[in-house]
Design a protein around this ligand. Sequence first.
Ligand code: PLP
Length: 422
Amino acid sequence: MHMPDWMAQGQPHIWLPYAQMKTATPPLPVVRSHGSRLELADGRSLIDGVASWWTACHGYNHPHIAQAVRAQLDAMPHVMFGGLTHEPALTLARRLAALLGPGLDRVFYTDSGSVAVEVAMKMALQFWLNQGERGRDRFLSFRGGYHGDTFGTMAVCDPEEGMHSLFRGMLIEHDIASLPRSEAELAALEAHLEIHGQRLAGILVEPLVQGAGGMLLHDPEVLRRLRRLADRHGLLLIFDEIFTGFGRTGTMFAFEQAGIRPDILTLSKALTGGTLPLAATVASNRVFDAFWSDDPSHALMHGPTFMGNALACAAANASLDLFETEPRLAQARAVSAALEAGLAPCRGLDWVRDVRVLGAIGIVELDGIADREALKRRLIEAGVWVRPFGNVVYMTPALTIGEDDLASLTRAVADVLGRQRP
Ligand SMILES: Cc1ncc(COP(=O)(O)O)c(C=O)c1O
C-alpha cells in the first residue's frame, strides 16, 4: 500500500486504538471524505459502511454543518462553561429537551460517550446520596453491553467481551445480568432485585441494540420490562443511546419504540452529525430536583474542560436542523429495506449464523472469523470500508447513503463472505 510521507514519518509516533501495534495492518490513510465516501492517499475511493463508528449520520462534509461551524469559529470557538454560557449550548439544550419530550429535561454536556455514561452513573449515585440514602452504590447492567472504555464504564460492560479479566481487582463489581428476553430471565432478574435491589442505584442498558458488545438486538418489550422492574424497586433507569440515538434504529431515539422513557439518557456519536466530539447526559426533573438544594455539596461534581464546546454545539444545532429539514427518518427506513434485501444472500451461507437488520443497522453474524485482518483486506479490495469485530460484520452507513453505493456495499459484503469461509 502506498504510504504518504506524513504517514511514514508519523506512524512510528502514533498509538492506535484496539490495535496490537506490532502485528496490526497499518491504518488506511484518508485524505478526504464526502457523502458516504472515503478517499485514500493513493486515489482509491471506498464506500464507508460504518459512518466512522456510527457518527456521520448525514454523510461526510454536509455543507449546512460546515457553514455553521465556520460561522461559530469566527464568532467564538470555545469558552469555559464554568461561570460562562453561550447561545449554541443553551439553544441545543432547549432543542434536545423538546425533542426528547417531557421527563428528559436537563442537559449536562461532556465530550465523549464514555464520559457521558460516567456522568449518568455519577448522577444516579449522587441522586441517592443527596437524599440521605447510603449504600446504593452498584448498577445493574447487562451481558452483551458496551458503555465505554473508562474505568467506571468498563465495569458495566459485558464481562467476557469487555476488559473485566484484564483489570480484575481494579473494577467495581456491578450486577451484570442477562437481558430479560424470556419469562425465565425476567423471573430471575425479579428474584435478583428482590434480594439485591436495595444496594442498586440504577439499571443501565443500551435500548434495542447492544452495539460494540456484539450487535445484539432485543425487542421493545425488554425495555418495558426494565421500566416496570425499575419502578417496582425504585431504581433509576438509564438508557445509553450513544449508538442508537438520532435515527439509527429507524426512530429518532430507540426508546420511542418501547413507549416508555428512561430517567437518564446519554447521547453522543451522531449528536454533531459526526463532525466534532460532544456528548450529553439528559436527566429528568425528578433526578435534577435531588441536586436542587441550599447545600453546596449537593451540586453535581463534574465539569470537563471542553464541556459545552461552542463549535460542537453549533455543529449539533446544525445537525438537528437537518433532521427537521431533510427526510432523515424516511431515509433510515429506506436504508433498512435495502440492507435487508442486500444481505439476504448471506442467509444461505453455511458459515453464517444470523443476519439481522434494525433501522439502518445491518448485521451478519458468522460462526467464527478465523482471520479478521484478511477479511478486512478483502472487503477493502472490494471497495468498501467495513470493520468486522468478534464474529460479526456489520454495516451502519450514513442515513443519506445513495441507493447505488448501498447496493454496492451489501453486494461487496455478500460476495466477500460468500467466496470462502472467513
Ligand atoms: C452505547 C455506547 N456507549 C458508550 C460508548 C462510548 O463512547 P466513546 O467511544 O465516545 O467514549 C459507545 C461507543 O461505541 C457506545 O456505543
